[in-house]
Design a protein around this ligand. Structure first.
Ligand SMILES: [Zn+2]
Length: 407
């Protein structure tokens, strides 16, 4: 990385987005402005998943460790990579119960699936969850938001018949393409196949790897190879992106799993009234909100696209006598859903403009005598472009269009 460039931790402090503190190593504190970005991203992923027929769920963070023994995570990750607590049984102190902070959402998603008997008519059943996970990363590996111990994942599990795998995986790849294109990232798919230590039969691994390979082939997607890098329960297709500095990041993933449906004895009733086992497809589009926001922060150097910008418009009255008109403009922006602020400090206009630019606020609205007399606003961008004086209505149409199009 270029030494001149600030990393996300510095930018996060300067723009008051997030920070870390030794009381919780590997888990960020989100400041109000950072939460604006976090919530906008949540809103975006919810729009995409709702449109694609997902149903949102939420499962407990702290669960009995035996669940992860059943899923195979305990054996694979070892208890040292998970946070476990020994709590005494309320009825009997001599019998401690082991609890785990979930490192994954999948095992609990299967509990939602098993809430009642399922019919083939419900499949594919797409259950999403914005879940908070804990993984015990080594302290030397924890790095700002890029590698954290507390991860917020835009997770989903799809329960499907084998015949539905193709369509589901294909739709997920389309969603990934739409998503990464909207941020202007260069992306690449990579197919990760069976690792040495794995669960499940070779027959199922053959079937799963072939299924993912078929989707890539049919969609004419050229995918790189990640031999032996699959999840312990199944192969996966990962999305790698290149950020503006040419660095490679693994973010999205779609994984095909025949193992956990076996481990949790998942069933559905088919057309003939017979019990069948569904397959499970795991997928995440951001991967982790924390890592994704770290990459966005560095990629845009804090100058977020307008739909994500914590403050979208800064109103700058030239002199005290323009404050009243500035406040009127502010109210109009706010009631139109624009995140606007007004700079009422006793500073020179140039200083206010400079500060708004330092804060990477997309638009600055300058109001003085002429603007007030004509009911207009003078618009400048954070890159220094002067767009001249336009009416408030014209500006609102323009800004709303760029928010809507995520440009
Ligand atoms: Zn999963």
């Amino acid at each position: 990385m270029d030494k001149q460039l600030k990393d996300h931790k510095q930018i996060g402090q300067e723009l008051e987005l997030f920070f870390t503190n030794d009381v919780a190593p590997g888990a960020p504190f989100w400041l109000p402005k950072g939460m604006v970005i976090f919530k906008e991203l949540e809103k975006y992923i919810r729009q995409l998943t709702e449109k694609a027929g997902y149903l949102e769920t939420s499962t407990p963070i702290m669960v009995k460790s035996e669940l992860f023994k059943q899923s195979g995570h305990w054996e694979k990750f070892g208890e040292h990579n998970m946070y476990n607590l020994q709590l005494s049984d309320e009825a009997d102190d001599s019998k401690p119960v082991s609890y785990t902070l979930k490192p994954m959402n999948c095992p609990e998603s299967t509990i939602i699936y098993r809430f009642r008997p399922r019919s083939y008519k419900e499949l594919p059943l797409r259950l999403s969850e914005i879940g908070r996970l804990h993984r015990r990363e080594k302290s030397g590996e924890v790095n700002g938001l890029l590698r954290v111990r507390q991860i917020t994942m835009d997770d989903a599990h799809i329960y499907a018949t084998e015949d539905q795998i193709f369509n589901e995986v294909s739709n997920i790849l389309d969603m990934m393409i739409e998503f990464y294109k909207s941020f202007g990232f260069e992306y690449e798919f990579r197919l990760a196949t069976r690792p040495e230590i794995r669960a499940g039969t070779d027959e199922n691994w053959d079937k799963a790897e072939k299924a993912l390979g078929n989707v890539l082939k049919e969609k004419s997607i050229k995918a790189g190879d990640k031999k032996g890098d699959g999840a312990f329960y199944g192969p996966k297709i990962d999305v790698h992106i290149k950020d503006s500095q040419g660095r490679d990041w693994q973010l999205a993933t779609v994984q095909l799993d025949f193992h956990q449906p076996e481990a949790f004895k998942l069933e559905y009733i088919d057309e003939k009234g017979e019990k069948q086992r569904p397959v499970m497809i795991h997928r995440a589009i951001f991967g982790s909100f924390e890592r994704f926001i770290a990459i966005l922060t560095e990629n845009f150097k804090g100058a977020f696209p307008i739909w994500l910008a914590p403050v979208q418009v800064q109103i700058i009255p030239i002199a005290d006598r323009h404050q009243k008109y500035g406040q009127d403009v502010l109210e109009q922006f706010k009631s139109s859903g624009i995140r606007a602020e007004i700079d009422l400090r006793a500073e020179k206009m140039q200083a206010k403009i400079r500060d708004a630019q330092m804060q990477k606020i997309p638009y600055m609205i300058i109001v003085g005598d002429r603007e007030e007399a004509e009911s207009k606003v003078a618009v400048r961008t954070r890159s220094g472009e002067d767009l001249g004086a336009i009416t408030i209505e014209e500006f609102l149409v323009k800004i709303k269009a760029s928010i809507e199009s995520k440009s």
